[in-house]
Design a protein around this ligand. Structure first.
Ligand code: UD1
Length: 377
């Protein structure tokens, strides 16, 4: 089914702006609401220069019912991406995260349920963070394992890997599928779970076809270079641009699934268009694990930098050891296939960071000290 007018909440942001571009390439009329949050857009809170001029922009927070009501009247589908992102920060700015993610989504759903509108599809951004730890396998017991977060006592002893609770042998990470029990380990993750569950529940109750996409670790151009709570690729890029070595927590061997933002934008539009995916939660990743150390090395190479990545042996409270996606469901229901690998996709981030060097403010140490003072590293 094709919709004509699509609202993208958070459409001036990293994933949102790429989604807007993809929709416009496909001739949709695109409406955007965005509050141009200072942590992402800087103190001036200007509309970014990369924002697509063909989109209709409204400066507005999703929780601003008065303004949002009028925008929603004009559209027939919504891609809801507006959210506060930052796992560690969510552990001390609890209300801000709950208001921006859980609360604002509740406001949006209130409007859909109580006001006249013709919304026929809702796509909501969820996150791999709702899994907590990824899925593992014990070769000795020949069974899948779903460990909880590692204990402080083990982390203090720098025992990074998970051990089987039954036989104590090291667990092997497996691709995490959508049926893995959810164990959110941060306020951010909880708020993402709320967003996903609320949208699916209201969607089912009122017959609004809804899809929740659980993004893995997204990287690429336009990821904020001054937000110290953003993803690791942008943080390392901003460090290297400021002649500082990437700072690695643990031993750098933790695994993640890095997906290029253009593939995420493509998945958003596939979810909008495909009815097979209705009322489903779907992982959007590459299915390939990469270590954090490998990311630091790749970025160093691409920036021609000789900085030696710093392996700190410290840990961040709430961090998972390994998580990468099983993307079978995305392949089957959305016919989604990632088109970028890191070798192809990372130069985009590097080139963009070089062009936007002036914005690459290294606030890592400030954020790190903040976490440290709160006992979160
Ligand atoms: C988390 C969320 C994810 C969210 C993302 C955006 C979880 C499990 N996942 O991912 O849903 O989209 O944040 O912020 O909560 N690291 C360093 N040095 C740094 C920064 C990070 O070593 O300067 C390490 C972290 O310790 C972690 C890995 O890099 O092991 C990835 O960190 P990050 O990019 O923050 O993302 P996640 O925590 O995986």
């Amino acid at each position: 089914m094709k919709y004509e007018k699509v609202l993208v909440t958070g459409g001036a942001g990293f994933i949102g702006s790429h989604t807007v571009d993809t929709l416009i390439e496909k001739n949709y009329s695109v409406y955007v609401v965005d509050n141009l949050d200072q942590q992402v857009h800087g103190i001036e809170r200007n509309l970014p220069t990369y924002f697509n001029k063909k989109a209709n922009f409204t400066f507005c927070d999703v929780s601003n019912t008065e303004v949002l009501r009028d925008v929603i009247e004009d559209v027939d589908a919504i891609i809801h991406l507006a959210a506060r992102v930052g796992v560690a920060q969510s552990m001390y700015d609890i209300k801000k995260y709950m208001d921006a993610n859980t609360g604002a989504t509740a406001s949006l759903l209130n409007l859909l349920v109580n006001e006249k509108n013709s919304i026929k599809k809702l796509v909501v951004a969820s996150s791999m963070s709702i899994y907590g730890e990824g899925k593992y396998y014990c070769e000795k017991c020949a069974e899948d394992r779903y460990p909880a977060l590692r204990s402080t006592e083990r982390l203090e002893r720098k025992i990074w890997e998970h051990l089987c609770p039954d036989c104590n042998s090291p667990l092997k990470p497996l691709p995490t599928d959508e049926n893995k029990p959810q164990m959110p380990s941060s306020i951010y993750a909880m708020s993402k779970r709320h967003q996903e569950e609320m949208c699916l529940l209201i969607g089912k109750t009122y017959g609004i076809p809804t899809v929740a996409l659980r993004y893995l670790n997204v990287y690429g151009p336009r990821q904020s270079l001054s937000n110290p709570y953003t993803g690791v690729c942008a943080i390392f890029a901003q460090r290297i641009l400021n002649q500082k070595p990437p700072f690695m927590f643990e031993d750098g061997k933790q695994l993640r699934d890095f997906i290029h933002v253009s593939d995420v934008a493509k998945a958003n539009v596939l979810a909008l268009e495909s009815s097979l995916a209705n009322y489903q939660s779907i992982n959007i990743g590459t299915g390939r694990p990469t270590s954090i150390l490998k990311i630091a090395e790749l970025l160093n190479d691409m920036f021609n930098s000789s900085l030696v990545p710093y392996i700190s042996g410290e840990y961040r409270t709430g961090d998972v050891r390994h998580c990468y996606g099983d993307i079978t469901k995305a392949r089957n229901l959305l016919h989604f296939e990632p088109s970028m690998n890191l070798e192809k996709g990372m130069p985009d981030l590097v080139n963009w960071s070089k062009l936007n060097k002036d914005h690459a403010q290294d606030l890592f140490e400030k954020a790190y000290n903040e976490l440290k003072s709160r006992g979160l590293t």
